[in-house]
Each structure stands twice: as C-alpha cells, then as structure tokens.
Design a protein around this ligand. Structure first.
Ligand code: KIV
Ligand code: ZN
Length: 522
C-alpha cells in the first residue's frame, strides 16, 4: 500500500450553505445556517463557503456570524468579479481566524457574451478584481465559471493572470455538469502542465451532477492533480445538485488502495449532518442514495442476510458505524424514561440541553402513547419535525376530517392566528385538499404550493408520516415540515409551518435573495 504524504491530502471545501442553499426551495434560516456551519466545522471540513454576502442582508449576516464563530475551518464568501461584491465579501469574512474570498467570472464563450466583454477586456477584469481581492485578504480563490466549456488556450491564459494577480486556489468549475471523468482529469493535468506558476497554487474541482457524474468527475480531477474538492452534504445544489461530500470522502476512504489520497473528515459524523441538512433544507434523501440513504446499509434479501450473518464483509464494503449509523437497535416505548431517551438521542447525534430534552420528552411520550414501539427513525422524525414554537403566528388547535368513498371530503378546523382563535369548515378533493382549503379560508395568503411530499418513517399501519410542504410567495420560498401518526395532521402542521416561516421572512426587510443578478459582473 502506498504511504500517503501531505501532497496526497485532499482539502474538503463544503458549499452546502452557498451553492446548496442557492437551490430553489432549499433556503435555510439564520439559525439553521449557524448550526450547519458548526456541524461542518466539527466534522473536519477544511473550508466552509458560508454564503454570498452581497446577495442579501441575511446572507451577509449569516456569513459574518459564521466567520466570527468558526473554530478551525477557513470561512469563505463568494463574490462576483467587481469591487463592490469583493469589498462586501471581505467585510463579512474578515472576522474569521482564517478568511477566504472566492471570486469568479464566467469565461466560456456563452458566459463571456453576457457582460459583453471580449477576451482582452475579461482578462483585464480578472487581473483587476483578483488584485483588489488579494490586497484585502491573503487567501484568494478564483473560479473561471463554466471552465469545462472554455477554450483551453483562453483558460490557460486567464488562470495564469489570476495566479499572477495573487490567487492562491484555482477552482475549475463544471458549472453545467457537462464533463466526464477522463476529460476532468485531463483538464486539471493540462492546466498544471501548461500554466506558469501552477505549482504555487492549489487546484480545486467543483462539479455539478447533471449527468450523474459529479462524484466520478471530482475523483478523476484529483487523479489529474486537484487537491481540493468542492461539495455539499447530500449533494444538495441547483438542478441535479453538486458533488456529494459523503460520496467523495467515503470513496477516498474505502478505495485508498487505488486512490492513495486522504481527507481530514471525521466520517462518523456524516449521518447526523446529512439528516440535519435534509431536515432544514426540506430536501429529503432518496432511499437508495449512496452512503446516507435509508437503504444504503439495509440487507433485505434472504441470500444477503445469510451472507451478512456469516461475515458482514460479504456484502458490505464499509461498516455502518464508519458513517455514524448507530449499531445498537434499542427500541423505546411508553415506559422508557428520560435517561434512555437522552442516551438514544446522543447515539443519533443530538446533544440536548436539559430544557430542550424536557420539551422533546413530552413530544416523545405523546408519540409513544399512540405508537407501541418508537424506532430510531421515529425519533429522528420527531427531532426534525417543524416544532410548534410558542410564538408561532399561526397555531393549529383542532382538526377533524370526514372522509368517504364519495367526495368531497370535509375538514373542520380551529386555528389561532396572531393570538385570536377562529374556526371554519372547508371541503376539497381528498382530506389533504380539504385541510389546506380550511387553512386558506382562515388565513388568506398568496403563497403557492410548490411541493407536497409524504414519507412513511417506518413500516406498519401505525407508522408516522413525515410531510414536507414548500411554498413560494413573491420570490420567497419556505419549507415546512412535520411528523405525526396521522398523515392529515402532519400535512396541516407542515403547511402551517411553511406559512409561519413565510410570515417571519416577510417581516424582515432586505432578505429577498433573488435581488442579485448572478451574471451581473460590471
Ligand atoms: O457552478 C459554478 O460555476 C459555481 C461558481 C460560482 C464556482 O458555483
Ligand atoms: Zn456551482
């Protein structure tokens, strides 16, 4: 086996809070961003791209606070190629122990046409903006957006300019998920071979998953000489998403025999952060997703189970514990006490303060009264469900639904809105439609339903349902979640949770992140 040295260390750059959060519908609250940043830092992520500070007041505040709180990770902010963006980015990251400015411009023919710059004008802009950034901060990352569709000679030229102007990391984005593994490796190799000064900087790879090749392309780029992988938890990101952190990290760990590289990631923290990101983003993990999917370590067929009992390596290339899946299968029930609940939650990655545990214990008892056996999945759903906060604007007090083989179905509902209780009865095509109509008649709003999703947490007819509801109102998007053994109640609560989130967002000014034109570089 090849001994790994520092040149074999692959730096992990996580962009869940920037590229991931940019994905329509994945918007996180300020507190959620702080929590995810802390988890990323604890897991050993080297660089956290915390946001796009010029995009909104909210993004700026989140990046600044993450920068102030970070322990070990470098905190990075994104900036387009103009002085205003770069200055704003620096203001947001400068209080970090280890700040980085990441500035970018689209260099492919299609992207050059947008600001209407010719090759020389763009080269000059790259020189000026990277120089400006470097005068503010010693750690500069520069990205030629859509690099994989940029002419090679022009790419070499602009990478050289950025290095000479002071960039310390050169990131090569496959912005539209167009490249393939061999090409990805060759591109990095070509740049390292041809560009003067290339050995002075770190090359990074940033892949999107439009053709399902992001992980393979990222690993190939490492073979080609890249030593930074940009990725997100659960592969969150626009369209088909970004490279999934858990996939590249575990691939490097499990196949060190053919890919002699290593990362600093504590892989036992992967499952917990995956669940938190799924919960706060409202993007559930597909069941058969590599590494973090519900079925990734499940062996159901008889032949597999037999093999697993004899020797787990028969069908398992990694152990569930390696990614933080609890090995114990202790099932809780209505007689379980607070200590058992605390210990189980700790196993699942939730370390609660006494007052938080008190609140969760009440909800756990309510669930255990309705459901004989409370499994790990039930507890995770309980923790992830949008909690009814005492100061919620809209609160569900009562719901009764009448169903029948012939419609319409009917929902009778009582809500407290802004402290005042009101009630109504509404009909609809099915119980959920009737319930949502009842909410709408009590609380008029212009928000559009973008997504309604139901998952059964466990097997059995008493299983909890987790429901996600995504709503859009004037460009603001909010996802609400809830879990309940009654699917219609979970649906009502998730819908109300989304409306409460929109209500909070509407109350804040300057939080509309769509105000920035991504392509505006002048
Ligand atoms: O995909 C992309 O090109 C990006 C850049 C901003 C690096 O996210
Ligand atoms: Zn991207």
């Amino acid at each position: 086996m090849k001994i790994t040295t520092d040149k074999d260390r692959v730096v992990i750059f996580d962009t869940t809070l920037r590229d991931g959060e940019q994905s329509p519908g994945a918007t996180m609250t300020h507190e959620e961003k702080l929590e995810i940043a802390e988890l990323l830092d604890d897991m050993g992520v080297d660089i956290i791209e915390a946001g796009f500070p010029i995009a909104s007041e909210g993004d700026f505040k989140a990046v600044s606070e993450i920068a102030e709180r970070s322990k070990t990770a470098v905190i990075c902010g994104l900036a387009r190629a103009n002085f205003g963006d770069i200055d704003r980015c620096w203001d947001a990251v400068k209080n970090s122990e280890n700040p980085r400015i990441h500035t970018f411009i689209g260099t492919s023919p299609l992207h050059r046409a947008i600001p209407n710059l010719d090759k020389d004008q763009m080269a000059q802009k790259i020189h000026d903006t990277v120089t400006h950034a470097r005068n503010l901060c010693g750690n500069i990352q520069w990205s030629p957006m859509d690099a994989t569709r940029t002419e090679h000679d022009y790419l070499c030229r602009v990478v050289e300019i950025a290095i000479k102007a002071g960039a310390t990391t050169i990131n090569i984005p496959d912005t539209v998920g167009y490249t393939a593994p061999l090409e990805s490796a060759d591109l990095i190799k070509m740049l390292i071979d041809k560009v003067p000064g290339a050995d002075e900087v770190v090359f990074a790879t940033h892949c999107h998953n439009d053709l399902g090749m992001a992980t393979a392309n990222s690993l190939a780029a490492v073979e080609g000489g890249a030593r930074q992988i940009e990725c997100t938890i659960n592969g969150l990101g626009e369209r088909a998403g970004n490279t999934a952190l858990e996939e590249v990290v575990m691939a490097l760990k499990v196949r060190g025999d053919i890919m002699p590289f290593y990362t600093n990631i504590n892989t036992s923290k992967i499952m917990n952060i995956s669940r938190r990101v799924a919960s706060v983003s409202g993007f559930p993990v597909q069941f058969n997703k590599a590494i973090v999917g519900k079925n990734a370590f499940a062996h159901e067929s008889g032949i597999h189970q037999d093999g697993m009992l004899k020797n787990s390596e028969t069908f398992e290339i990694m152990r569930p514990e390696d990614v933080g899946l609890s090995a114990t299968n202790l099932v809780l029930g209505k007689h379980s006490g607070r200590a058992a609940l605390r210990s189980k939650l700790q196993d699942l990655g939730y370390n609660l303060a006494d007052n938080q545990l008190k609140d969760v214990f009440v909800r756990f008892k309510e669930l255990a009264d309705r459901k004989k056996e409370v499994y790990d999945e039930d507890l995770i759903a309980l923790m992830q469900a949008g909690e009814d906060a005492a100061n919620d604007h809209i609160v569900l007090n009562e719901l009764r639904v009448i169903c029948g083989t012939t419609g319409p179905q009917e929902a009778a509902m009582k809500l407290t809105i802004g402290g005042e209780e009101s009630s109504t009865t509404a009909t609809g095509d099915g119980p959920v439609d009737a319930t949502f109509n009842a909410v709408k008649s009590l609380y008029e709003h212009n928000a559009h339903l973008q997504l309604y999703q139901v998952h059964a947490v466990t097997e059995g007819t008493d299983a909890q349902a987790t429901v996600s509801v995504r709503m859009e109102e004037d460009g603001n998007i909010a996802t609400g979640q809830s879990a309940d053994t009654d699917t219609v109640v979970a649906s009502a609560k998730a819908y109300i949770n989304a409306l409460n989130r929109l209500f909070i967002r509407r109350g804040r000014t300057g939080q509309n992140k769509r105000e920035v034109n991504w392509k505006d570089v002048s």
